[in-house]
Design a binder for this molecule. Structure first.
Ligand SMILES: [Mg+2]
Length: 321
């Protein structure tokens, strides 16, 4: 096997096929960032693509917001590595009838998301195509980068912020309604957890990833990369506002709704057993980001999700399912 082990899913079967085909020509595939030795530290590099009609619709959000969330999604991978951003590049495919102004509006959002975390726009490329496609490549630096492997039995599993907000906005749009301001913001202007990621890296984080496809799916990647099992109690998940209402409409538990919702860009992190509520409060005081303990690392493999102690099934978003 080449690359970092990933959890199950059709999208990840395709990533595994790429890793096998490329072999030693791409040995580091499968983590949030590639880690390149750079003097006394490490250069972290990652890229992320946003496709009109797949990741966003322009009757839901403005082009400036499309740019923001495309950049935020890429910067979130730097957060997951505990890296300090250096800069970003944006390769944009715009529809043939796109104006100067609309392309500039999109890039204003990219630049604003970067500026919010000290990451200037270093360059990019522009081409015409059949829909909007934005690829953002981010560069960062870390003295001690955190990867997806390194979680050990006995570690606590923690998550930043709250989950399910972006999905709550999506469900409202799909019904033809306008989402509430706070969940709309969760979808349109997610905040990459750069400061929290760096703080956690400085406080002995063992393994970390960002939640792009939903906790239920992404947790399996951390388990696979670390060759451990995870036990997560869904009752302890911090839920975004409106998750309860949206879950009720779908007839599912609010906890499952939050666990399966993608694009929250929160961090999932394994911390040593001695890391506790006092340390989480210190993170919150330093970065204003809440951190909640949701489970633990055990010997074995895979992810067991429970609701009030009963095993439940939930799955993450998969582009090829
Ligand atoms: Mg990631």
């Amino acid at each position: 096997v080449t690359g970092v082990p990933l959890g199950p899913g059709a999208e990840f079967d395709r990533v595994r096929a790429i890793a096998v085909a490329l072999g030693s020509a791409a040995a580091g595939l499968g983590d949030d960032c590639a880690a390149v030795p750079d003097g006394t530290g490490t250069l972290l590099v990652s890229t992320d693509v946003s496709v009109e009609g797949v990741h966003f619709r322009l009757d839901w959000i403005a082009l400036e917001e499309v740019g923001w969330r495309a950049a935020a999604a890429a910067l979130s991978d730097l957060a997951a590595s505990g890296a300090e951003p250096v800069g970003l590049l944006a390769a944009v495919v715009a529809p043939r009838d796109a104006t100067d102004r609309s392309v500039a509006e999109l890039m204003s959002g990219v630049a604003a998301a970067g500026a919010a975390v000290g990451s200037p726009v270093l360059g990019g490329d522009l081409a015409a195509g059949s829909a909007w496609i934005i690829t953002v490549t981010v560069l960062g630096r870390a003295a001690r980068p955190v990867s997806r492997h390194g979680a050990r039995p006995g570690d606590g599993i923690w998550v930043t912020g709250s989950l399910g907000g972006a999905r709550a906005a999506l469900e409202a749009w799909r019904r033809g309604e306008v989402p509430t301001a706070s969940v709309r913001r969760a979808f349109a202007r997610p905040e990459p957890r750069i400061n929290a990621g760096r703080w956690l890296a400085d406080h002995a984080a063992r393994a970390m990833l960002d939640l792009s496809d939903g906790l239920a799916g992404d947790a399996s990647h951390l388990a696979a990369a670390s060759a451990v099992g995870l036990e997560i109690e869904l009752r302890s998940l911090p839920r975004a506002p409106a998750v309860g209402d949206e879950a009720r409409r779908l007839g599912i538990a609010a906890e499952s709704f939050a666990a399966e919702g993608g694009e929250d860009y929160e961090l999932l992190v394994a911390m040593p057993a001695e890391f506790g509520a006092a340390e989480a409060a210190e993170l919150r005081a330093t970065t204003a980001v809440p951190l909640t303990r949701i489970g633990r690392v055990v010997a074995g493999d895979g992810v067991v999700l429970t609701l009030d102690g009963k095993t439940v099934t939930a799955r993450g978003y998969d582009h090829f399912r």
